[in-house]
Design a protein around this ligand. Structure first.
Ligand code: ZN
Length: 156
């Protein structure tokens, strides 16, 4: 894990009876807005008991000149986990970073036993503890591969 990714969990709160992912995101946003405002990046980990988690994992792939849409169509696996203990982990990027990162929250799930994981589309949280850290540093490393310079990247 890179040095910049050390997680302290400075802010903590208990989340209860969150019926969907939007409710969880709204509550996390309310929390960081209250404590810090919305101009910084934040990382979060929510450990708890989930009634349901709707997730997708992407299999590793090797490809050139292929769109993300094509990759997802061919390799994604959708999962619905029910009554599962685990963690939502994710990042928050402010709106003005649109273009470099997806603004808002981006959350992944892993089960407590670390056997299941994926990008989260929806989650129903019975009860959990959220730990949030403010992050003030972002590193961007572009691919060194010469093929990278041949991609058409004017659009997302
Ligand atoms: Zn993801």
């Amino acid at each position: 894990m890179p040095r910049s990714a050390v997680f302290y969990g400075d802010q903590q709160c208990v989340l209860e009876g969150m019926t969907d992912l939007e409710a969880i995101k709204t509550e996390l946003t309310r929390k960081i807005e209250e404590d810090y405002g919305l101009n910084s990046m934040h990382v979060v980990q929510i450990d708890g008991e989930f009634e349901k988690v709707d997730a997708r994992s992407e299999a590793p792939y090797v490809s050139q000149h292929i769109t993300l849409k094509t990759i997802l169509g061919e390799t994604q696996k959708a999962f619905v986990f029910e009554n599962i203990r685990g963690s939502l982990v994710g990042v928050y990027f402010p709106d003005y970073m649109d273009g470099i990162q997806m603004p808002g929250w981006h959350l992944h799930f892993h089960s407590e036993d670390r056997t299941k994981w994926g990008h989260v589309f929806d989650a129903c949280l019975r009860k959990g503890t959220a730990r949030i850290d403010k992050s003030t540093r972002i590193e961007i490393e572009l691919p060194k591969d010469a093929a990278f310079d041949t991609y058409s990247l004017k659009q997302d």
